[in-house]
Design a protein around this ligand. Sequence first.
Ligand SMILES: *Cc1c(COP(=O)(O)O)cnc(C)c1O
Length: 375
Amino acid sequence: MMNEQSPAIPSDIATWVERVVRDDVRALSSYHVPPSAGMIKLDAMENPYGLPADVQAEIGAIVAQAAFNRYPDAEAHELKALLRETMAVPAGMDVLLGNGSDEIIQMLCQTCARPGAVMLGVEPSFVMFALVAKVCGLRFVGVPLTVDYQLDVDAVLAAMAEHQPALSFFAYPNNPTGNLFAAADLERILRASTGLVVIDEAYHPFAQASFMPRLPEFPNLLVMRTVSKLGLAGLRLGLIAGRPEWLAEFDKVRLPYNLNVLTQCVAKCMLGHHAVLDAQAARICEERGRLSTRLASIRGVQVHPSDANFILFKAARAADIFEALKRRRVLIKKLTGSHPALQDCLRVTVGTPDENDAFVRALNASMEEIGGRHA
Ligand SMILES: *Cc1c(COP(=O)(O)O)cnc(C)c1O
């Protein structure tokens, strides 16, 4: 009948949402991406360089001929083989691909989310670890880093003994702090853990350290990589390497066509031009040194050492500086206010030399404005 409504159906949509949607999901906030049109964008660890014209043309031709009418290769065989080679995955280890490493974090969480299961991480670190864990029903235990953002290895081991995490995540180098943790500390953690330990090497292109070659040593080690920070953030492609016994289980929760045709064909082409991306990463590392030195020379700015393509720095009134930079059309990341250990902290991605110069000029002007107005 037309206008008859069951009394079980709420009269207003807010009540309906409340009744249907999980309480813990309603309590979350969505991952916020700020608008950046027309700004110098130094907030998201993107590679600032474009591709040479010949590579662009090659990609154009490949994309034009791609079979969009077909489903993608569900196993991405060719891409996997190329990634294994490019990223030097040790023999005997398997590789699982994701729509960005974010999706891989999700697959691992879904696979390991037994009732009561725990994910362990450190704080501050990559916010997606805790966010995805919670959405998947894992309890997140965050162990504070030391004041200089190093691992408090005894605290991590104590938390592991207490909570027996199914999964532990360590970003190496860490985001948002930029530093590598001591490898010896991670080894102790790997040996003590009764669960899986994921070393997230998203910033590997800018760091001179990796656990990839050490996969055979630790049966519970997984090494995660992504092409995002290397210069292909828009493609959405991440991978995790480890024992086939683990990866076979994660593969069961992977949606069959998680890597689309475009991602697969463009990634394959770009891996053939890996030298282009490596050269860009080398320029970014050079610029990181130059930018760090310039930042450190500004009175009132404290720079944290970085092995990544971004720099964490501290300055009084960081929130005001962030807004003043925005008014000057420079977008960086405001960390202050997001975690007690990040008070007065800002994070800037290393851009091109011109972008970095513009940022330093804008920072000087912003600090002068704030100091002048409020001194
Ligand atoms: C940026 C980043 C990633 C990348 O995620 P994608 O989904 O692959 O783009 C992963 N881990 C850390 C620590 C990061 O900072």
